[in-house]
Design a protein around this ligand. Structure first.
Ligand code: ZN
Length: 650
């Protein structure tokens, strides 16, 4: 039976799941799960009881009916009676009991959902519940807040062990007034006969916990540490990012935040003590690591992480493969909160989770003390078999994953194509252009467009700093912006035309290179600068004095940069395109006029090169990206034509 047949059954389940998923005070980024039980007709017409449970890989905020996996309920209940079940066998059993072979793998909490005797079940990691249960006398507090309306389950590792524990404990403790179940240090389950009832109970239980937090909080000690309110120093961010990338073994994006609640948290005199206790719910460890780095001693953090791994690894059932020892969260009284990820998206998720962690820690401290799970329990989730298997299945990262690129003249032509080529290789990209349209070119999280006049050195410096504050550094810079003045013979070439070509094609790039240098030398792996020159450098054209001379000056500038910056590990290469007709300077009229002045058809004019091929922006952009890639790791100061072969240069 395909999942399409179930759509009508799942409408309400989808609706309230999305409501839960879109409230960050209830669940964050793929956390939590929901389910629904009913009977459907099997292939032979017999009635079969089914649990529809969130499939792995789906996020409650955006789930659709095909995100719910239909599993045979009776089989799940049978499984809960086994004395033990390995993770891999559990996943195998979940899969072979699906009623739809194309459905996603059911949530690892499927057996737990199956044993709860309610039609609708919602599971969240609500902030208020986590604040309440991450305290040292959590059981009394939960009883005080909820009376007998919830069953309390002490912390058990999620998966089969938790399902089995609930299968035994829940029927003993549940009464007719049971509305939900609190899992200490983990989260909340609530139930109902309808989707709406279960959802409303989630809201009611969470609201009760929130009211309790408000009424029972005692004021905090007021001794504060100094937190900087100065603008964040971009060099410090780039150095931190470089250090983190080094210990991670690959480039990482670093995002920077300083909201009032972050500043308040960083101002706690006991920051080290409260922030180094652990995450608020175990699955956050997969995003944030168990502990943040406080300050900037990344090497020390990495050594401590390795100590943690070697301490708990031998206690695990199977051999574990160590994750990289780099932090994902950095708390620094000068820099604020920094979050780290292989992509902007990952680093943003870390930030969301940690901002909620701050709320939870602060609330638990006001109740008397934040008291999360210890290292052993967190290690078991961080190095869970199923998570390790996911890592092994992960495809190789994109070539520029974790890297940050800046492209000038990004709004059109070669610049716009370079933005695409770099994004496609996994880089986060900032596009600069004097055309404000650059700001709205893309709404991807890993792209920022900045309107900037490159001839204004102060604006350029500000833009470079903005890039570093946005993503943590700069690894790749593509100097593409340039102008092509009207064709003018030398004897009538005005100084204005000459100076404007020089000002944009040469001077502006000098200023930009000066501003970029401190960051390119602090790149995560190695700085790369690609300069878009022109065929006119090796083969100047009649009537193009200002253009050819300014591009020649730029080329010479790049060669000097290659010489001077080599010891900083920065590679500087120049590409010389010719006849790229899909750019703004080549309107149809200009192409037609030039073609007829050569006595050629437009098509023959466009392919007027040795290979008789047309060169387009994308070809040039792909070359730019490849020059930044590993094949070119040992090449600097090169000039590469991309022109289909020019008989004047060959
Ligand atoms: Zn959970």
């Amino acid at each position: 039976m395909s999942s399409k047949g179930f759509e009508s059954l799942l409408g309400d389940r989808v609706r309230t799941s999305r409501l839960i998923g879109s409230d960050p005070a209830l669940v964050l980024h793929g956390g939590g799960n929901t389910s629904f039980k009913c009977s459907v007709a099997d292939i032979d017409g017999a009635s079969v009881d089914v649990l529809f449970v969130k499939g792995s890989g789906w996020d409650l905020a955006t789930i659709e009916s095909q995100g719910f996996s239909p599993v045979r309920l009776s089989s799940l209940k049978q499984l809960s009676k086994l004395p033990s079940l390995s993770d891999s066998e559990m996943v195998n059993q979940l899969r072979i009991n699906l009623l739809d072979a194309e459905a996603p793998v059911p949530s690892v909490e499927a057996i737990l959902h199956a044993v709860l005797p309610y039609t609708y079940v919602d599971h969240t990691h609500a902030d208020a519940i986590l604040a309440l249960t991450n305290t040292d006398n959590a059981v009394e507090r939960v009883k005080e807040v909820f009376g007998d309306s919830v069953v309390i389950i002490p912390y058990v590792m999620p998966g089969f062990d938790l399902a089995r524990c609930v299968a035994e404990e829940f029927p003993r403790a549940a009464t007719s007034s049971t509305l939900g179940m609190v899992l200490l240090n983990h989260g909340l389950f609530s139930f109902g006969a309808t989707a709406e009832e279960s959802y409303q109970r989630t809201l009611e239980l969470v609201a009760k916990a929130e009211r309790y937090l408000k009424s029972s909080s005692s004021p905090q000690r007021s001794i504060k540490s100094e937190v900087s309110s100065q603008p964040v120093d971009p060099i410090s961010l780039a150095e931190l990012r470089r250090a983190v990338s080094r210990v991670a073994g690959h480039p990482m994006v670093l995002l920077n935040f300083r909201t009032p609640s972050i500043t308040e948290f960083l101002g706690r005199e006991d920051l080290e003590s409260v922030a180094l206790r652990g995450p608020a719910t175990p699955d956050h460890v997969l995003r944030t690591k168990r502990l943040p780095l406080i300050g900037r001693d990344v090497e020390h953090y990495a050594r401590e992480y390795q100590v943690y791994f070697s301490e708990y690894q031998p206690k695990a059932k199977e051999r574990k493969q160590s994750l990289d020892p780099a932090p994902r969260v950095v708390l620094d009284r000068e820099l604020g909160l920094c979050t780290i990820g292989r992509s902007v998206r990952d680093a943003k998720i870390v930030a969301d989770i940690y901002e909620h962690t701050i709320t939870i820690i602060q609330a638990a401290e006001r109740l008397g003390g934040y008291c999360p799970l210890g290292a052993r329990d967190i290690f078991d989730v961080e190095y869970w078999d199923l998570e390790q298997a996911k890592l092994r299945r992960q495809p190789a990262p994109a070539a520029f994953a974790g890297e940050i690129a800046l492209v000038t003249g990004a709004a059109s032509g070669i610049g716009a194509a370079a933005v695409k080529s770099l994004l496609a290789r996994g880089a986060a990209v900032v596009g600069l252009d004097k055309n404000p349209i650059v700001a709205s070119m893309s709404n991807r999280a890993d792209f920022i467009g900045l309107c900037c006049d490159l001839t204004d050195a102060n604006e350029v410096e500000r833009a470079v700093i903005e890039v570093v504050r946005a993503f943590g550094g700069i690894d790749i810079a593509v100097l593409n912006a340039g102008i092509f003045p009207h064709t003018t013979k030398l004897d009538v070439l005005g100084l204005d035309t000459w100076r404007s070509a020089m000002s944009i094609n040469a001077d502006a790039n000098l200023c930009l290179m000066r501003s970029l240098h401190p960051y390119l030398k602090r790149a995560a792996r190695a700085g790369r600068l690609v300069v878009v020159g022109s065929k006119n450098v090796p083969a100047p054209g009649v009537g193009a004095a200002a253009y050819s001379a300014s591009k020649a000056a730029l080329t010479q500038l790049a060669r000097i940069a290659a010489l001077e910056w080599g010891r900083d590990g920065i590679r500087v290469n120049v590409i010389h395109p010719d006849g790229v007709f899909d750019t703004a300077i080549w309107t149809d009229e200009v192409i037609a006029a030039r073609a007829s002045s050569h006595g050629l058809s437009v098509q023959d004019y466009k392919t007027r090169n040795v290979l008789e091929v047309e060169i387009n922006s994308r070809d040039v952009a792909e070359l730019i990206a490849e020059v930044c890639g590993q094949v070119f790791d040992k090449i600097t100061g090169a000039q590469i034509p991309i022109d289909g072969g020019s008989d004047r240069i060959i």
